[in-house]
Design a protein around this ligand. Sequence first.
Ligand code: ASP
Length: 449
Amino acid sequence: MKVSKFGGTSLADAEQIKKVCEIVLSDDDRRIVVVSAPGKRSDADTKVTDLLIATAQACLSGGSGTAEMEAVIARYADITDGLGIPEELPAVRAGLEGLLRLDKSNPAKFMDALKAAGEDNTAKVVAAYLTKNGHKARYINPGEAGMRLTDDFGNARLLDESYEQLARLGDTKERIIFPGFFGTTKNGDVVTFPRGGSDITGAILASAVTADVYENFTDVDYVYSVNPRIVSNPTPIYEITYVEMRELSYAGFAVYQEEALLPVFKRGIPVNIRNVNNPACPGTRIVPKRERPTGEHVVGVANDGDFCCIYVSKYLMNREIGFGRRVLQIVEEAGISYDHTPTGVDNMSVVFKQSQLNDASKATITSRLINELGADDVTFDHDLAMITVAGEGMSHSVGIAARAAGALSNALINIEMISQGCSEVSMFFAVRGPDEKNAVRALYDEFFS
Ligand code: ASP
């Protein structure tokens, strides 16, 4: 059995949805189909999820949200017309308009109820289209199927107890069309995963029914070894391990939601990233172990910007038991989740996404580090970019760091920080924001050209 997930661009309009249905019908093993909300039809377009967020925001700031919701309904009207099922539109419209009347006393809960409607209506429309054309297909409501999540609105996690009930989906005879991105809390409230969360739904279902493969259809032929917007025609990745993919998706590879690896990883289910517009292409396989010719040590170069670093120094810091813990505690109490902590003898740096910092938390952190820990110096360094070089093969090959550092130096790029864990699956180089793209190109050329 295959679980097949289709992303927003694959469902952006009726023509794309027809392609999705052809792909689904071309293989009897594609029995569980997970759908996103309609995405962008062009660069200038807006995703249905973003239209729904705008609608919720309008309602929460006192407006009726009617005009914003009409934009959502118009997207579904185009789709149902294009699919030849206009009779489905009144129910879609009634459902969406009904959402505007929901209780708004908990804004996060209201927001999630609206966000989830994109996936939910798409699944209903796809199931109706397949049924009308004589195929057995059934829309399944995630809450009823047992997709039970924590009540962290917009950032939910699966409750492990869900697996038992979800496993029953594997016995269903007809094709299941399952909306991605959301489930329900124990109280029955609709709650969503983080953005891009339909990938997570698909991974959970693949794991629950122990699928042979989790197919993730998107709009690119492969996962590439570098961001194609920075390097043109980059090397495709045919096979990559979970661990490598995790490192790269953390560091900016947007093809696959980073939280969506865990459910399949636990059961060793391979993920196949494929292109809905080119179904003949085999795509990239994410597997437990990579069978590659020796000599290929680096699989990808990823990048992500907008990091900030707090640099703390104190003479004889290395002798003070608990200093590092207390630094991290102060950072924690400022509500910051950190990514790296490179250290020196008498200094320590904490690197994190700078959107988590504001002027007040910056002032609090500084005064606490100085007053409570006796730090000699506290400096904030903004606008750093992190470039990641990843590959499991790096751990048994000599000279990768030297080559990476050499490539950056030849490109006249100053390395602000280097970090590599003992796992040796990845190396991180912090550079100044304006150097980000050149650093990526230099590292890509070194390892792939
Ligand atoms: N529609 C949601 C989003 O735009 C979830 C998804 O597409 O995976 O984030």
